[in-house]
Design a protein around this ligand. Structure first.
Ligand SMILES: Cc1cc2nc3c(=O)[nH]c(=O)nc-3n(C[C@H](O)[C@H](O)[C@H](O)COP(=O)(O)O)c2cc1C
Length: 224
């Protein structure tokens, strides 16, 4: 029964990019974060930090990020190596085809793609926006801890009927975010996240991203 519940939440989670205006209470978000903070971490270091935004401060941050995005003065993001190894490049291309396809945006329409990217910075209209940061002195394994926490946030949100979208798009704009949120000097923005009630019928929320099956990525060793 419990397994069924957890499986159901994991399997129904998807990146949601259109939200209803219904608010989400601070209490609900804090419950979700407390739940996610049960994530394991290397020597229990708990490296996650998160700013939870709503209302005017969220809008103001979004405006500043859109401005910075349009000015295009910050160094380009390096979320991926260039070039991406071919298997991953093929998946990225498939993602783009599905994502822009569901919005009717042509692959070559740079202006329309840009406009859609911009929607990231206002958290796709969600009532709550989260900014996850981590001490930049920490290394890859602590980022793994942060990732476990971020997934926990999405699953705990899902258990409460709330949709989410993790967003690395914020990372490039760390200088703008750090100033707005008065982040500790050695902290770095890892990603953002939209959170709220999904607009279930919005075209952008109809997209489904496929997964390779366990048989494709797992190697079973020592089983009969
Ligand atoms: C670390 C991370 C960063 C992501 N950044 C973005 C982003 O900036 N904008 C966005 O729209 N989606 C973003 N996504 C969502 C992915 O595109 C999405 O997880 C993937 O296509 C699989 O789709 P699904 O989440 O609906 O299963 C991100 C996901 C992860 C895990």
């Amino acid at each position: 029964m419990f397994t069924h519940c957890v499986d159901q939440i994991l399997r129904s989670r998807r990146s949601t990019r259109a939200y209803k205006t219904d608010p989400v209470s601070a209490r609900a978000v804090l419950d979700i974060l407390d739940c996610a903070a049960t994530a394991p971490s290397n020597s229990n270091t708990q490296p996650w930090r998160v700013h939870v935004l709503a209302g005017a401060p969220m809008r103001e941050l979004g405006d500043a990020l859109v401005k910075s995005f349009r000015e295009d003065l910050l160094p380009p993001s390096s979320h991926f190596p260039d070039p991406l190894p071919p298997d991953f490049g093929a998946r990225q291309a498939d993602f783009a085809a599905r994502y822009y396809g569901c919005l009717g945006i042509d692959r070559l329409d740079a202006a329309a793609r840009s406009a859609q990217t911009e929607r990231n910075f206002h958290f796709f209209g969600a009532p709550v926006g989260l900014i996850f940061s981590i001490d930049s002195r920490l290394t890859a394994h602590s980022w793994l801890d942060l990732g476990l926490f971020v997934q926990g946030v999405m699953i705990a949100a899902g258990a409460r009927g709330l949709a989410t979208c993790p967003q690395v798009s914020f990372a490039r704009f760390h200088p703008v975010i750090a100033t707005h949120l008065r982040m500790a000097p050695h902290h770095v923005t890892a990603c953002g996240m939209s959170m709220g009630f999904a607009q279930d019928t919005a075209p952008v929320n109809q997209v489904r991203m496929p997964r390779a099956s366990a048989l494709e990525f797992a190697q079973l060793v020592g089983f009969p």
